[in-house]
Design a binder for this molecule. Sequence first.
Ligand SMILES: N[C@@H](CCC(=O)N[C@@H](CS)C(=O)NCC(=O)O)C(=O)O
Length: 278
Amino acid sequence: MLELYHALTSTCSQKVRFCLAEKGLTWVDRHVDILSDSHLTPDYLALNPLGVVPTLVHDGQAVTESSVICEYIDDVFPSPCLAPSGAYQKAQMRSWMAFFSEIPTSFIRVVTLHMLTKSKQDAVSEEDYIANTERRPVRKYIFRKMGRGGFPADEIKSAFDGLRQTAERVDEQLKASEWIAGDQFSLADIVLLPSIDRLEDLGLDAVWAGLPRFGDWWSRVKSRPAYAQAYPKGSRFSHYAPDVRVRAREVYRQELTQFLQASLQGSRRAVRESIVAV
Ligand SMILES: N[C@@H](CCC(=O)N[C@@H](CS)C(=O)NCC(=O)O)C(=O)O
């Protein structure tokens, strides 16, 4: 039996739901209400001592860490296979997965937390904020760094730089292969996609402006049947707050303007280069 402890809006949970859907597996839904801190109860901490979602329980054994869970699912349920064959190609896929865990996954957390924290800043006292932060086994560090007023501007800038760098690297890779780790859809695509869905949900798709192969990859991801299964009603912020895009664009106006200016310069350069080529 497969049981998934997860939250609808959690990007790490979305990754695992997508993987389970690609495999056509059925699982018992153990929804964890992270907004009410159900992931910090003694029962849940016994399953996942870091107090984060998701956790997969397979025949009574808990597996944690979303990317590890995806690899576990692919090992135990090999068909359809979500990894390329051959040790070298597998190593390429894992390198992409490690990069996606280090860069976009960390930075999308900054973008999301900043946005959510800023919108309720005045409703929470400094004391309550600190007390709530201290209860979180691993997340207390990022919450401490952020503070109830959100992250400093240079952290936000780094986050957008890292997300843009990710889109550029993937766009370049897609010149050589149909999917990120070869011509087959793989765990590398799965590990990246929730970060991109979150950007789109917040109306921040300017991050991949001027990168057509990346935009095409994203459309192809969304047209897979697993997408609808991994993202049911309630998995996106816009399902709860239809004005979330307007608010996010307000919060991130400066970063968005920079991207649009950069991509406009890029297309001017492309026009200049094609004139020179003629
Ligand atoms: N490295 C972990 C990270 C999991 C994680 O950060 N989950 C978030 C939701 S995406 C969470 O549980 N947050 C709870 C909190 O911030 O207290 C994984 O990939 O499973």
